[in-house]
Design a protein around this ligand. Structure first.
Ligand SMILES: *[C@@H]1O[C@H](CO)[C@@H](O)[C@H](O)[C@H]1NC(C)=O
Ligand SMILES: *[C@@H]1O[C@H](CO)[C@@H](O)[C@H](O)[C@H]1NC(C)=O
Ligand SMILES: *[C@@H]1O[C@H](CO)[C@@H](O)[C@H](O)[C@H]1NC(C)=O
Length: 189
């Protein structure tokens, strides 16, 4: 009994020091949005063109995964592209770059031309330089206008939410290269 006492004491001391430590490291606290500079929420409209370049010497979209039957049937279900597509102010590829769309899309429907888009718009122009918007959603390509959710963002777009409307401006059916017009409506601080 006398021998086990010091051990027991050590344990108590350890417990106390542990409790003290957890008290000095605050795990969570309530803050007002204003304390971090988030004052009034505003709505911003962004308009640009995305260039998805599959063919040629400098593709910005590359096929990284393909289903087993990719070359034996019409099904492209499961095919996945990784993209680093330029975003420009005008529809012309030589027009001013405002950012890039980085991420991936997957053919996510067995029977339809429906893509699951998982990408960030990374902006480089003006006050948006370095800020990002994150898009996750289905893109039913044959539809004239496709809506995808903006799920959040970073930088100027912290706490962002909104939606992106995409419509194909131009598509080359031979190469697959496409220019897609985006109208993005986003609430942020
Ligand atoms: C698809 O093509 C590749 C290379 O051309 C070949 O190795 C593979 O066996 C083909 N797959 C099927 C399912 O035919
Ligand atoms: C954007 O930010 C980067 C890194 O801070 C900087 O190098 C670049 O010059 C900026 N571009 C513009 C257009 O402001
Ligand atoms: C479409 O792509 C093909 C193959 O890359 C190319 O030869 C042709 O010039 C393109 N057409 C247009 C209108 O860009």
């Amino acid at each position: 009994m006398a021998q086990s006492l010091p051990k027991y004491t050590t344990f108590i001391l350890f417990l106390f020091s542990f409790l003290l430590k957890t008290q000095s490291h605050k795990y969570s606290e309530k803050l007002s949005p204003k304390s971090l500079g988030f004052k009034t929420e505003k709505l911003t409209h962004l308009h640009f063109y995305l260039h998805d370049i599959i063919g040629g010497d400098h593709p910005t979209a590359v096929l990284v995964a393909q289903p087993p039957k990719f070359n034996t049937s019409n099904s492209v279900f499961g095919a996945t592209f990784v993209i680093d597509d330029p975003l420009t102010m005008g529809p012309d590829q030589s027009s001013k770059i405002v950012g890039r769309a980085q991420g991936m899309y997957t053919f996510a429907s067995l029977n339809e031309f429906r893509l699951l888009m998982v990408m960030d718009f990374v902006f480089v122009k003006g006050k948006y330089n370095g800020s990002t918007l994150s898009i996750i959603g289905l893109n039913y390509v044959p539809s004239p206008v496709r809506e995808m959710p903006i799920v959040s963002g970073s930088g100027i777009f912290r706490f962002a939410r909104g939606y992106a409307l995409a419509n194909t401006h131009f598509i080359n059916m031979t190469s697959g290269n496409a220019v897609v017009e985006y109208n993005v409506f986003v609430l942020h601080y």
